[in-house]
Structure formats: structure tokens, C-alpha cells
Design a protein around this ligand. Structure first.
Ligand code: C5P
Length: 233
């Protein structure tokens, strides 16, 4: 059976609210994204609880530090049994390689398979002027491509990208690289603060492997029906 590509963003502060969503949605989605808000509020136990419910966990803490520190954080995430995690590609080649190596080695010692270490390129909140202010002369598109290639050369097997970057990165990168895309909205869904969105079908057709979806599912009167509808059209 084909893997369900939906990763539900659990952007709630309370573990009980998160677990209510997990219980409703686990049978109809591919996994759950735990970000900084929930992780800082609820601690690593929330990951254990989601895993105990039988669902995959994408730990989106966007590590960015010296290679040794990132490697240790990745190893700790592997011991928590997450299936995907994020690091900032701008942390550089040595940091990216250390993250991937820690994922492989720790998983190997535990007799499991390594989680997908995903590189985050340029935050979509950064425009040309914001990049310029931090000393980057390239435009956002060029910088995304540069960091995506660096991440893959350093050994990463996946990237997070915006819906509008998927098609371009698919052309540029080896076919096996997994692309994880937020900014997904079904027809009729509110866009909220997302500026550019694609529908689930458009994003998959463009080459996305995984779709991160938050408010259109978690904020719906019936989250399970909303999740099922996402892939129906
Ligand atoms: O509610 P919504 O579907 O917009 O949630 C999307 C999720 O993906 C949120 O957790 C958001 O932080 C994350 N994200 C994003 N855009 C990016 C990177 C991450 O929406 N460029």
C-alpha cells in the first residue's frame, strides 16, 4: 500500500490536545509533526506517547549549532525513536554530515533504521532584504538551491521546501531525495498566514514526498474527515 503522505502539524501547546488529535487522526494520516511549541511545553514524553499510539513522528526542532552538539541532539532524537527531524542547512557541511552520521550510527547501534534528517534551506519568512541584512547577497531562490545542493552533498536524504520550490528542486536533485512541503491548502480552505499555497494534489504532482498540514486539519470541526478529504480530490 502506498504511504499516506500527510504529516499533521501538531501546533498546540497542550499534550492532551495533541493526543486527542493523534488518536483521531492516526488511522488516516502518515504521521505527526512535533514543533518547538509543543516540544518545549510538553517535553520528550509527547514523542513517546505519539510513538506508543503507533504513529510516525517528525521532530521539527531545526537544529543549528556546532557539529558535535547537533550530532548529540540527533542521537538523542534517534533514541526517542523519531522517524524524521530537521536541521538548518545553513549550519554548514560539517554540521550536516555530523547530523547524518549520528542518525545512521545511533540507529545502527539500536538495530533500527535511521530517521530522515531533513535540511531546512531559507525560511520562507526571509525575503531578499532580510537575507541581505545577514550578509547574503544571493536572492532567496538561489540561496535555496545552493543550500539544498550542499545538504545533499553532505549526505542528507531529504529537505523541507516551500510548495513553489518543489518542482525546481526536483529538477536539480537526485530522484531519491525526499521533499517535505508545508503551505498546503485544499480547495476552499482558509490560507491563514501562508502566502503561496498548493493543493495536496498539485504538490504531489510537482514532486513532493510528504505534505505538512496543520490548521486545515486540526482546526476543522471534524479533523478526521478533513484529513480524508485532503487526498480524495
Ligand atoms: O497550519 P499550516 O498548515 O499552515 O501549518 C504548516 C506547518 O508548517 C506549521 O507548523 C508551520 O510552522 C510549518 N512551516 C510552514 N512554512 C514553512 C516552514 C514550516 O508553514 N516555510
Amino acid at each position: 500500500m502506498k504511504q499516506n503522505p500527510i504529516l499533521v502539524a501538531l501546533d498546540v501547546p497542550q499534550p492532551e490536545d495533541a493526543m486527542r488529535l493523534v488518536e483521531q487522526l492516526a488511522p488516516v494520516v502518515g504521521g505527526f509533526k512535533v514543533g518547538k511549541e509543543l516540544f518545549v511545553a510538553a517535553g520528550p514524553d509527547i514523542v513517546r506517547r505519539i510513538r506508543a499510539a503507533g504513529a510516525m513522528v517528525f521532530l521539527d526542532l531545526k537544529f543549528h549549532d556546532i557539529p558535535n552538539t547537533v550530532a548529540k541532539a540527533v542521537a538523542a532524537a534517534v533514541r526517542l525513536d523519531v522517524q524524521m527531524l530537521t536541521v538548518h542547512a545553513s549550519g554548514g557541511r560539517a554540521m550536516l554530515a555530523a547530523a547524518e552520521q549520528a542518525a545512521q550510527e545511533t540507529a545502527g547501534k539500536m538495530g533500527g533504521s535511521a530517521p530522515l534528517v531533513l535540511g531546512v534551506t531559507v525560511l520562507t519568512s526571509m525575503d531578499q532584504a532580510a537575507l541581505h541584512e545577514v550578509g547574503i547577497e544571493a536572492n532567496p531562490g538561489q540561496q535555496v538551491e545552493r543550500l539544498a545542493q550542499l545538504a545533499v552533498q553532505a549526505g542528507l536524504r531529504g529537505l523541507v521546501c516551500s510548495p513553489l520550490e518543489v518542482a525546481g528542486l526536483r529538477q536539480l536533485l537526485p530522484g531519491q531525495v525526499q521533499l517535505v512541503t508545508p503551505g498546503i491548502r485544499g480547495p476552499g480552505d482558509a490560507v491563514h498566514d501562508q502566502r503561496r499555497t498548493l493543493s495536496p494534489q498539485e504538490a504531489l504532482l510537482a514532486g513532493a514526498t510528504w505534505l505538512v498540514i496543520g490548521r486545515p486539519i486540526c482546526g476543522a470541526p471534524n479533523p478526521r474527515a478533513a484529513a480524508e478529504k485532503m487526498l480524495a480530490g
